[in-house]
Design a protein around this ligand. Structure first.
Ligand code: UD1
Length: 379
C-alpha cells in the first residue's frame, strides 16, 4: 500500500510527526511525504522538522506565499503531477490549511482515496478561510478521523455516512505527550533571550518566573488586518496588561507587518514589559505555555494545548471550531472576540484562577496509532 501525506503550514507539522512514526511501524506501507511549501521560513517550518524528528519531505512543491487562490491553485497544479507519478492508494491530509483543501480536491479528481486527520471541526464562520478548507475537505474525504465526539455529531448532521467517520482522538496531543518532558526542563528566560526580535537585542528584560507572565500569539486576519480592531486591543495590552505583568508575545510575520502599518510598532518595542519574540519552536512554545499565568491567543491548536495543560486561555475569536476546549465544556478557554470590554472582563476574571487541566476522551497520546491501523484495514 502506498500513502502520500501532505503538509503545508506550521500547524500541520506537529500533527504529521506522530503520523509518520505510526506509519513507519507498518512495514508494508510505502509513505511519501509532500510539503507544499506554504510556510518556508526556518522558524515556521524547518525548525519543527528538526525538533519533532519529522522525516525530510520527499517532495517540496515550493508554493510559497500568495493570495488564497494563488496558494490553492498553485498547490493543485503541482500536486496533480505528484499524484500522476506516485499513483498512491491514499492521500492523507491534516488540519485546515490551504494545502489540506487543495490536495483533497486534487486527490479526488485523480480518483485517489482521501483521508482527513482532524475532521469534523466546525466554527460555522464562513469568513474564516480555514472553515472553507474544512468543509471542502470533509465533503470529499473517504475516511474522516475525528478528534472528539462533537466533531462526529457535526459530520452526521451534514449527512456523512457513519462508516466513513472514525473517532480516533487528537493527534496533536500525541506530540504534546511525547515532547512535554523535553519542554519542562527548558529555562523560560533563556528561551526569551535566544528568540528575541532583533529590535530588542541587548535590552534589559523583566525576569520571568512561572505564573509571572502572560503569553500571547495573534495572527488571524480578523484580528490583525483592520485598524479598528487591532488598535483598541493593543491599547488594552499596552496601557493595562503590560503595567501589571510582562507579556511574552511570539509574533507572527503578518501581525508584525500590520503593527508597523498602523504605527504601533515603535511604541510596542519601547515598552519594557512587552517581550517580543520571533515565532517559537515547538518545545519553547510548550514551555512558554506551561509557565504562563494566562494565554491570550487566536490560534486553534493553542486552545487544545491550554485545555490539556490547564492554562486559562482567552481565545480572541467570536467562535471556535474546537468547542470541546471551552470552559463551559470543562476546558480552559473563553471566547472573547476582539471586543476590549470582553477581553478585559475575562482577563480580570481569570488572572488569579489556577490551572485546571482537562483531557477529553481519547486525547491520550495514541491517536496516530489508531489512524495507521485504520488505514491498513481499509486498504
Ligand atoms: C496559515 C493557516 C492558518 C494557521 C497559520 C499558522 C491557511 C488558510 N491558514 O495562515 O490556519 O493558523 O498558518 O501560522 O492555510 N510568511 C512568512 N514566512 C513563512 C510563511 C508566511 O513570512 O514561512 C508571511 C507571508 O508574508 C504571508 C503571511 O506570513 O503573507 C501569512 O502567511 P500565509 O501562509 O498566507 O498564512 P498564515 O496567516 O500563516
Amino acid at each position: 500500500m502506498k500513502i502520500v501525506s501532505v503538509v503545508g503550514a506550521r500547524p500541520n507539522f506537529m500533527k504529521v510527526a506522530p503520523f509518520c512514526r505510526a506509519i513507519k511501524a507498518h512495514p508494508g506501507i510505502e509513505h511519501v511525504l509532500v510539503h507544499t511549501g506554504q510556510h518556508y521560513d526556518v522558524r515556521m517550518s524547518e525548525q519543527f522538522f528538526k525538533e519533532l524528528e519529522i522525516p525530510t519531505p520527499d517532495i517540496n512543491l515550493e508554493i510559497g506565499s500568495g493570495t488564497h487562490a494563488e496558494q490553492v491553485g498553485r498547490t493543485m497544479i503541482a500536486f496533480e503531477k505528484v499524484l500522476k507519478k506516485e499513483k498512491p492508494d491514499w492521500v492523507v491530509v491534516l488540519g485546515d490549511v490551504n494545502a489540506t483543501c487543495a490536495c483533497s480536491i486534487t486527490a479526488k479528481k485523480e480518483h485517489v482515496k482521501c483521508a482527513h486527520i482532524e475532521a469534523g471541526l466546525r466554527s460555522r464562520d464562513m469568513d474564516m478561510p480555514e472553515e472553507i478548507n474544512r468543509l471542502v475537505t470533509d465533503r470529499l474525504s473517504d475516511l474522516l478521523f475525528t478528534p472528539d465526539r462533537l466533531s462526529n455529531a457535526n459530520l452526521v448532521a451534514e449527512g456523512v455516512s457513519a462508516e466513513k467517520i472514525k473517532f480516533v482522538g487528537n493527534i496533536m496531543i500525541d506530540t504534546l505527550e511525547r515532547e512535554r518532558t523535553k519542554a519542562e526542563v527548558l529555562d523560560i528566560n533563556l528561551i526569551v533571550r535566544d528568540n528575541l526580535i532583533d529590535e530588542l537585542a541587548g535590552r534589559r528584560l523583566p525576569e520571568l518566573g512561572d505564573r509571572g507572565y502572560i503569553a500571547m500569539t495573534m495572527h488571524r486576519p480578523s484580528n490583525v488586518d483592520q485598524r479598528e480592531t487591532l488598535v483598541p486591543a493593543m491599547r488594552f495590552f499596552l496601557d493595562e496588561v503590560s503595567k501589571e505583568r510582562p507579556i511574552v508575545w511570539a509574533i507572527h510575520p503578518r501581525a508584525q507587518k500590520m503593527l508597523k502599518e498602523f504605527s504601533l510598532w515603535d511604541e510596542i518595542v519601547a515598552n519594557e514589559n512587552m517581550v517580543l519574540v520571533k515565532p517559537l519552536g515547538y518545545h519553547a512554545m510548550l514551555r512558554l505555555n506551561m509557565g504562563a499565568r494566562l494565554f491570550m491567543t487566536d490560534s486553534g491548536g493553542l486552545q487544545e494545548e491550554c485545555c490539556v495543560l490547564g492554562t486559562p486561555c482567552l481565545t480572541m475569536r467570536w467562535n471556535t471550531e474546537r468547542p470541546i476546549t471551552l470552559m463551559e465544556n470543562g476546558g480552559a478557554s473563553i471566547l472573547v472576540g476582539n471586543s476590549v470590554a470582553k477581553i478585559r472582563d475575562a482577563y480580570r476574571d481569570q488572572i488569579n484562577v489556577g490551572r485546571h487541566g482537562m483531557r477529553p476522551e481519547l486525547w491520550d497520546g495514541h491517536a496516530a496509532e489508531r489512524i495507521a491501523a485504520c488505514l491498513v484495514s481499509n486498504k
